[in-house]
Write a protein that binds this ligand. Structure first.
Ligand code: MUC
Ligand code: MG
Length: 366
């Protein structure tokens, strides 16, 4: 089970419907497919979705850091030397998405080599998750229509509404329109991607006090330290830290500092090895977890559901697993299917992901 080869392959697939939110927008999935080969001929795969406006990583940067730094550090090691691999990758600060895709491709290879699914290897709690769909910026009518389509076609009844526009009235009108259209049949929560100040967030949350929100995520920047603490103290739903908690240390800081009361785990930025550490930390701290979405394609979404299903805490809430539905195509030979509002893990060893060679040839960029 020795690692012999690591590849970082760029690909680009357009979105049929771009996703827009307070910190950026995505029109084309310019991602990197990471492929790891072992001396037994096993091939593990994972997907890196760079989000330049959030973490500063780009497609070219991810390829460069994997090819130039991370691949040489892990080549020759055995797949089971997981803490050695983790220690080597951790020497480099940042680059969360590059490290995570490599880490997940190694777990995929490990699962295939041992004959267990990644979910079984990680914890094996369940085999599926309820799905939450992220609604990007649009008019209230268009966002209600999208929610309706997601509910009618896929049975999804949990929605994360992107907010953070200024002034905030358009966003609060969206949430009100959704509640009026669906009544109590849907769960609603909001994500500001740091778009508002603490006081704007407090006012917007007051305006939505009667709308039954269940979570509020990253409404204002965590670096507004006292403002954020002031905000978190006054709202009556869990406040989710997302892009402010990329490492376990940041989770500790934000939670103990009173700047959040729940966290988002994204396998795209903490892989399986660090996501597991973050999960255990969350359990120890006694906080809630949402499985988040870094605007992942199908391979990334398969990784998220594989991790989220492994533990009770991560599978309790609906996971954000559906935004690949907005892409025009994908790389998996057998597409993911959301049915009855749920996405199932694959029982095959590893992640159960088979890349369609024709699709990869069509969308790869080198
Ligand atoms: C989210 O939860 O913030 C938007 C940017 C990103 O990196 O993830 C998305 C969703
Ligand atoms: Mg978020």
């Amino acid at each position: 089970m020795k690692i012999t080869h690591v590849e970082a392959i760029p690909f680009a697939i357009p979105y049929a419907k771009p996703l827009k939110f307070a910190s950026g927008e995505v029109h084309v999935a310019e991602h990197v497919l990471v492929r790891v080969t072992t001396n037994d001929g096993v091939v593990g795969v994972a997907e890196a979705p760079p989000r330049p406006f959030t973490y500063g990583e780009t497609q070219a940067g991810i390829m460069a850091v994997i090819d130039g730094i991370f691949a040489p550090q892990v080549t020759g090691l055995d797949l089971m030397e997981r803490e050695q691999i983790h220690a080597r990758l951790s020497r480099t600060v940042g680059n969360p998405t590059a490290k995570s895709a490599l880490d997940m491709a190694l777990w995929d290879a490990m699962g295939q080599s041992l004959g267990y699914s990644v979910t079984e290897l990680l914890g094996g709690f369940t085999d599926r998750m309820r799905v939450s769909h992220m609604l990007g910026f649009d008019s209230p009518a268009a966002m209600v229509d999208e929610a309706e389509r997601m509910r009618d076609t896929y049975g999804i009844s949990t929605f994360k509404v992107k907010v953070g526009r200024k002034p905030y009235h358009l966003d609060t009108a969206v949430v009100r329109a959704l509640r009026e259209r669906f009544g109590d049949d849907i769960e609603l929560y909001v994500d500001g991607n740091r778009g508002w100040s603490a006081s704007e967030s407090a006012r917007a949350m007051r305006e939505m006090a009667d709308l039954g929100l269940t979570l509020a995520e990253e409404l204002c920047p965590a670096d507004d330290v006292l403002g954020r603490r002031w905000l978190v103290e006054q709202i009556d739903v869990p406040f989710v830290a997302d892009e402010s908690v990329v490492t376990p240390a940041e989770v500790t800081r934000e939670i103990l500092g009173g700047s959040a009361t729940a966290i988002s785990i994204k396998t795209a930025r903490t892989g399986f090895t660090t996501s597991r550490r973050v999960h255990h930390l969350a359990e120890g701290l006694g906080i809630e977890v949402v499985m988040g979405n870094q605007i992942d394609g199908q391979l990334g979404s398969l990784a998220s559901v594989a991790f989220g299903s492994a533990f009770e805490l991560t599978s309790r809430r609906a996971g954000e697993l559906s935004n690949f539905l907005d892409m025009t195509d994908d790389l998996l030979a057998e597409p993911l299917v959301i049915r009855g509002g749920e996405l199932a893990v694959r029982s095959a060893p590893g992640l159960g992901a088979v890349i369609d060679p024709d699709k990869l040839a069509r969308y790869r960029q080198n």
